[in-house]
Design a protein around this ligand. Structure first.
Ligand code: PLP
Length: 233
């Protein structure tokens, strides 16, 4: 007899399949970052976020190897216990300097950053307004927070203004969340206009700049530096 978990899994996978939503992992060997091997074929890759191929830069690889020699291949414990190797603090100080900010905090992945940060500052009784095309991790973090979550139309300042006017008053705190550079289309959020609306409505602004940092602005400081007048909390 099939156990209930197996039956549930089979049914769910069938449903995903029928909606063309079932996803599968495809092993990809990034030979030198530019050329990859997939399904026995050698392909030129335009499908990664390693835009400058830094993952294969000799200096980056040498520094990673030196760090493994010095610190080992794992942290051994979470940072809060004994895993806070000095290199993390050094990295955070340099990232903060690059962004012109007081401090930085590095997470294990981009997804974890939003899943960690948003529930830290937002909770029940608060309001989160996110661009409808914001990355999935903004929605995960927003849902985890227990705040009321609303989408505003992509880069549509009139819609954002209307939703702030209608809903801000009833919320204790308000957060506007957006990608800096949108991951699917590569367009930019109008951070100057969003920042003006945020200030006018006493809302905080969170920008996920996964695709802007290192790519846009002076010294690669990111999407925020394209809009020097914007206040990004
Ligand atoms: C805008 C944005 N935020 C977060 C992430 C998730 O980052 P990670 O894969 O490091 O968890 C991505 C993934 O590409 C992204 O495009």
């Amino acid at each position: 007899m099939t156990d209930s978990l197996t039956a549930f899994a089979a049914e769910k996978l069938d449903q995903l399949e029928s909606r063309s939503l079932r996803r599968a992992l495809v092993p990809t060997d990034r030979i030198d970052g530019l050329w990859v091997e997939r399904g026995g074929r050698r392909l030129l890759s335009f499908s990664c976020n390693d835009y400058l191929n830094l993952s294969h830069h000799p200096a980056v690889k040498a520094a990673a190897m030196a760090a493994v020699e010095r610190y080992g291949a794992g942290a051994g414990a979470s940072r809060l216990v004994t895993g806070d190797h000095p290199v993390f603090g050094e990295l955070e100080a340099r990232l903060a300097a690059l962004k012109g900010k007081q401090a930085a905090c590095v997470f294990g992945s981009g997804y974890l950053a939003n899943a960690g940060i948003i529930p830290t500052v937002m909770g029940p009784g608060d309001l989160i307004l996110a661009d409808e095309l914001a990355h999935a991790c903004i929605w995960s973090g927003a849902q985890l927070s227990g705040a009321t979550v609303l989408a505003f139309r992509h880069n549509d300042m009139a819609d954002l203004a209307q939703k702030l006017a209608a809903r801000r008053g009833a919320a204790a705190r308000c957060l506007i969340a957006t990608d800096g550079v949108f991951s699917m289309d590569g367009d930019l959020a109008p951070l100057d206009a969003i920042s003006d609306l945020a200030r006018a409505h006493d809302a905080w602004l969170l920008v996920d700049d996964a695709h802007g940092l290192g790519v846009l602005g002076q010294g690669g400081a990111g999407a925020g530096s394209v809009y020097p007048g914007a206040h990004i909390d």
